[in-house]
Design a protein around this ligand. Sequence first.
Ligand SMILES: [Zn+2]
Length: 530
Amino acid sequence: MRNTVFVADSIFGAPGKRAVLATGSRISTLLADEDIRSYTGPGVDVVDIGGVVYPGFTDAHSHPSLGADLMRGVDLSSVDSLDGLRCTLEAQRRRLRAGEWLLGWGLEYSLWSDGEPTSEVIDDLTTEVPIVLQLFDCHALLVNREASRVARIADMPTFPSGAHAVLDASGVPTGLILEEQAMDYVRAVIPRESETARIARLADLLMQMAASGLTGVHVMDALPGSADAYDALESAGSLPLRLKLYPWFTPSMSDAGTDPLTLGSAAGRLWSHHGVKLFLDGTIDNGTAWLGSPDELGESRASIWRDTDAFAAVVTELASAGIGTATHAIGDAAIAWAAETIGRARALYPDVTHRIEHLEVTTDAVIDAVRRSGSIASMQPTHCTHFVAADHTDNWSRRLGASRSRGAWRLGSIARSGIPLAMGSDFPIAPFAPLDIMADSRLRRRVGTTHTPIGPHEALSAREAIDAFTSGPARAAGTQTHEGRVAAGFLCDLTILEADIERASADDLPSVGVRATVVDGRLAYAGPRG
Ligand SMILES: [Zn+2]
């Protein structure tokens, strides 16, 4: 078996040690300075990295293959003016081959300072090439006149969900397409790309994730073809992350008689089907969450399961087969029912791990119910810091009203109540960089801004934030006996940083360099040496 010594300056949680000896994929021992020489020699690789070694950072909730699919075309996320947008698109147009569409993603609404985006600024760039640009929140597209024509926007049906193409005062499409079904109507006519191009983009995204310090991702979906793509990347030696997949089981799959035990079990070395993703509600923003009492518009009243006992039966059936669950529960009533269900399943099958995703709004009683149930909390602090404002003027807070909004993303209360806490991004809904997410969880505001903190008493300590990206995700996956720590016998997944982030101020975290990541005992990413 391969032996590798990774030499650093220090190791988080192991004072006095500064090197990790990996034998194959596992850590066999940690070494102090004076021991390093006796372990190096023929047959041992020495990788001198320096910096501070942490257990590998794991994003406990992400959708990389969905994100990669949405990232077709040119990256517009750093474009900051309409002139800049036109220049970028013009340059891209010149690179296109005959018949190709001009696609882009990451477009900011704020480029239109005086109202909603419209196609006016892109219509005169070309009359021949269809242009389809995705807004950064993934809830809207902006299309030019040629794309409108090809996609027959004028003939778009009415969708019960309210998804639609925006029209101007005289009934002409403005180019803005809102929400999933309307966006899918447009996407259906975009020429498909080759599987090779799709996989290459996914590979690129996974490498960006590795470069941000991640060694693992809990993938909260198993889209058609995504397992094959991960498999292809692994065979090609270009899978830099450990991936745990949670395929969905929805109420409509239950109605259709799908057996939740047959959702997929394929696995490679670094990727596997690990649990099942369930949903008890939708979102507060859309009025589809399950709250104890309705929101200010009278919405968010019920679970998306007509029969919530049927949901409980699915959790128990999965547990009986040893399969853990991850349940999307945003509203307080949804979280309480998830806890109740998990408590019952754990009474029968105590060794199976169940987690609750999001927990956006909770009372003390709900937090206590989650703790008693033995559930793990999986939360995304940047949903709070990016999309909610301390003065309650945002859509989420207006829906809930000021008093309930104070129960927003109670990370501190949850962590300090003893509930194991895992953090994640929910990429592509929010960015994936783990150090930025840790910073926001400590600051309760978006790092790099001077926004007023939202419920500052719910801030995590530096240590709690690190745990929520290391030991927390291991607890959430039920793999805490061999993942999430830098210790003998554990899998050798490491994140090596320039600086000690337990001492660094939260505002400085985004500028802390990632020296390297190690996955399964091998160097997965090596950063530029500073
Ligand atoms: Zn998600």
